[in-house]
Design a protein around this ligand. Sequence first.
Ligand code: ZN
Length: 314
Amino acid sequence: MENKFHELAGRLRCPDDYAALRFTALAATCTQCARVYPVQHGALLELLPSRPVDLPASHDPEYVAEYRRAFLQRFDMREDRMSWGAPEISAPRWIKKRERQVQAVRAALVGIGEVQRAGVLCDISAGAGYYTFGLARNFQHVLHCDLSVASLAYAIRKAARLRIDNVLFLRLDYFRMPFVQSLERILCFDTLIRGESHEELLLRQIRGALTPAGSAIVDFHNWWHSPARRMGLLPQNFANNRSYSRAEAESLLRRCGIERCAFRPFYQEFELTSSWRRALSRLIPPARLMFEFPGSSPPPVQPVVDDSKCLVAP
Ligand SMILES: [Zn+2]
């Protein structure tokens, strides 16, 4: 059986020690610690560190408990696995907003020259695959990354159904990613919503995964974009998730060493196709604050998590 990850071997590392991996037909093996990572179902590689990361106390305890549960769950392909936000279980209006943001990201990638079927695109928290499936034809390889067993099982089934064969599935922990300055294009959406300490850890990992010439596009949510919500006429519907103003998001990016970034506002309710809509966009904050930023210059910023604080897995 062909190991589809072979062509990406130079981009992937052992998440425990960041050493190179040696690929055979059925597995990847760390050249330093000899840990073996088998390829599953012909398309999935689990490159998880040996133990979950011990997150700082500033993280939401509920989030930490859910993270540990997700990390320790064994992978399976149960037929009823369903990703959060999958079109099969989402409202058409909500799906349309996601698809419109995919179009906006495609336009941004076209703007930086990514229009041919070349290169590798990596979505760090790919979920139901709106971006990985939507942009697959624009890239030679797409890495669909997630920790969630349900999301990965759903996406693997969907790729087979759609006969998309250039999307490869990585189960990873985004607090300790198996990349060291080896990716040109990274996406991360609907994920920088857990609080500043979470966002800071993740942004530093993304920056460390980018080649110096690479770039990432990420988004922050701003639920104050609705005038009715700002006036108290709509309930706060964002649960415990974190909403950011543009200034707050930019301050957070700077704390992660990201001094240069391009701001790409995304208005999910309407397109800027007329003069009155463009005028409206000057009055209403965008629902999604998208930023594009470059990789860091050498030396690499990895690793950013203190190994000695890792939890002991059962
Ligand atoms: Zn290793």
